[in-house]
Design a protein. Structure first.
Ligand code: GDP
Length: 558
């Protein structure tokens, strides 16, 4: 059939959706797309709400973001030295990507040790939702800067609550009120400005206010009611991974569900193995590690990527099978780039009802044009599809923009700007579409046009033929069959049908068979007799009228 259709293909080659549909059509079948081909026996999402079992509280996981030089590293250093060293002899000796800070109350907070939103969004783009809370750090002697805005937009896009830490409040030039005002101008209303976003003044150098910050983090996390199931196979995300000369591949994992134990069969990305050793941030050997506890895992045969999901499998055999299947998928994916964010993909998703929002990231050459585009796009309204500009700023398109777009399934719009070479490369590997424009009007028109396509088309039913039931036969194998005469038009196998009895609808649905004598046929014309089986309907009677219905879709515009 493929050859007849002019598609040159070999027997073990995968076909794209359109071709599959056409081929299946030839045989009278319809194809339903399955979104993800991942193996069902392992739940790949790091979204853990659906796991059954007793839930126990877990400690929050926090990421620090903010503009360069506003004090991210200083804050993480202060916490590590002042708050951790107290309890542990020797303190944290090595950077493993995360560490937990014990509080006096006996509670703990886990901090991700890679500051900045690039790491945060890169993990998200790989499907990991690790962070529970974000600290946006802003230097009080400075202003809200481009990366501050990015940090805010990235946490909003990820729907992770933020806490504002106004840093460097020890400096005489510090002006926290100015920062709060600037935040308000950006729609971030802090608590003492009548908003909901908690805000503290700190000094990452002297440690002033840091206890308050920790307390706020605990309070905020209590509101989130963070829990995890311990009695299930362990699952988590890779925070960091490297090849160690002496120890081989070493991965830092943040367990999100279950308890990981030495000896467990594991898989992450395409690598499978067995846990050989578990180490905490002090270099201590552990026998097991539970939710929200960062731990170094030895025993994988290769280095997975940060953001990869990590899971324990039932047996080593299962891990191995899975890993082989993944390697195969990966090879095919590399060739064909299955996951991509292009305008037409998004269009498809929205049509399928899987998305009600078209997300955009806008980068422009000057403030004025960026604002104008964001405003114009935000102004496109429709009850089904909404355009939401999740981030807009001035400057070249960077890696971080691409990651944000990939993680949020957004398209990237450039207006009179260059794309950094590294960002271009990343956009190709992530399959993110970058659309460049020179005229504002064009941007808006094109998005509008795309949206018109995005709008689920309106459907209309056309009756293309009717048949009258003359006789019924019962068949033990296929259920009742109606012997019919086509009165007008055509009865088409693939169309929906409606059954009318005395003018009232008694059934609507699909045909299960359409036959002329003993042969299955695709259509029967006016004046001919045929046998009709109805899917899931046996109560067919003499005198019923069967209508063959064609559904016509018309595109709507805004
Ligand atoms: P990052 O780029 O956000 O990681 O910023 P750093 O933590 O590297 O801090 C940048 C500079 O600001 C360093 O020279 C720090 O010593 C200084 N700094 C950070 N926090 C404070 C603070 O609370 N007070 C003062 N006076 N300086 C600070």
């Amino acid at each position: 059939v493929c050859l007849q259709l002019g598609v040159m293909t070999t027997i073990n080659q995968r076909l794209d959706m359109d071709t599959m549909q056409t081929v299946a059509d030839e045989f009278g079948y319809t194809v339903t797309a399955v979104v993800d081909e991942e193996e069902p026996e392992i739940d790949e999402s790091s979204d853990d709400e659906e796991i059954d079992g007793e839930r126990v509280p877990r400690c929050p996981i926090v990421t620090v973001m903010g503009h360069v030089d506003h004090g991210k590293t200083s804050l993480l250093d202060y916490l590590r030295k002042a708050k951790v060293a107290e309890g542990e002899s020797g303190g944290i000796t090595q950077h493993i990507g995360a560490y937990s800070v014990p509080l006096e109350s006996g509670k703990k907070i886990t901090f991700l040790d890679t500051p900045g939103h690039a790491a945060f969004t890169a993990m998200r783009a790989r499907g990991s939702r690790v962070t529970d809370l974000v600290i946006v750090i802003i230097a009080a002697d400075d202003s809200i800067m481009p990366q501050t805005i990015e940090a805010i937009d990235h946490s909003k896009a990820a729907k992770v609550p933020m806490v504002i830490a106004i840093n460097k409040s020890d400096l005489p030039t510090s002006d926290p009120e100015k920062i709060k005002r600037e935040l308000a101008e950006r729609d971030v209303l802090v608590e003492d400005w009548g908003g909901k976003v908690p805000c503290v003044q700190i000094s990452a150098l002297s440690g002033d206010g840091i206890d308050d910050l920790l307390e706020i983090l605990i309070l905020e996390s209590e509101m989130l009611e963070l829990t995890a199931v311990e009695e299930c196979s362990a699952k988590g995300s890779i925070i960091e991974a490297k090849l160690d000369k002496g120890r081989g591949p070493v991965a830092t994992v943040l367990i999100q569900q279950g308890i990981l134990r030495v000896g467990d069969p594991i898989i992450s990305g395409v690598y499978n193995g067995r846990v050989r050793a578990l180490l905490d941030e002090y270099g201590n050997k552990l026998k097991e590690a539970g939710p929200s506890i960062p731990v170094q895992v030895l025993g994988l045969p290769g280095v997975p990527q940060a953001g990869d999901i990590f899971s324990v499998t039932k047996s080593e055999r299962e891990a191995k099978d899975l890993s082989q299947r993944r390697q195969l998928m990966k090879r095919e994916q590399d060739q064909r780039k299955l996951r991509s964010v292009t305008l037409s993909d998004l269009q498809y998703k929205i049509q399928q009802g899987k998305m009600q929002e078209l997300r955009v990231v806008v980068k422009g050459d000057v403030d004025g044009s960026v604002e104008a585009i964001a405003q114009e796009l935000g102004g496109i309204v429709h009850e089904e599809v909404r355009v939401s500009v999740i981030h807009s700023s001035v400057g070249a398109i960077s890696e971080s923009d691409v990651l944000l777009a990939a993680a949020s399934e957004a398209i990237l719009i450039g207006f009179h700007v260059q794309t950094e070479p590294s960002a271009r490369e990343l956009s190709q590997s992530e399959g993110v579409e970058i659309r460049n424009y020179k005229i504002i009007y064009e941007v808006v028109e094109e998005i509008r046009a795309a949206l018109a396509g995005l709008l689920a088309p309106s459907t209309e039913e056309n009756v293309v033929g009717t048949a009258e039931v003359r006789q019924t036969f019962s068949s033990s194998r296929t259920g009742n069959i109606a012997g019919c005469m086509v009165n007008n038009g055509q009865i088409i196998r693939s169309n929906n049908v409606r059954v009318l009895r005395d003018g009232e609808k008694v059934f609507s649905g699909n045909l299960s068979s359409l036959r002329r004598f003993k042969d299955d046929v695709r259509e029967v014309n006016e004046g001919f007799e045929c046998g009709i089986g109805l899917e899931g309907f046996n109560d067919i009677k003499e005198g019923d009228v069967i209508e063959s219905i064609e559904i016509v879709e018309t595109l709507r515009t805004l």
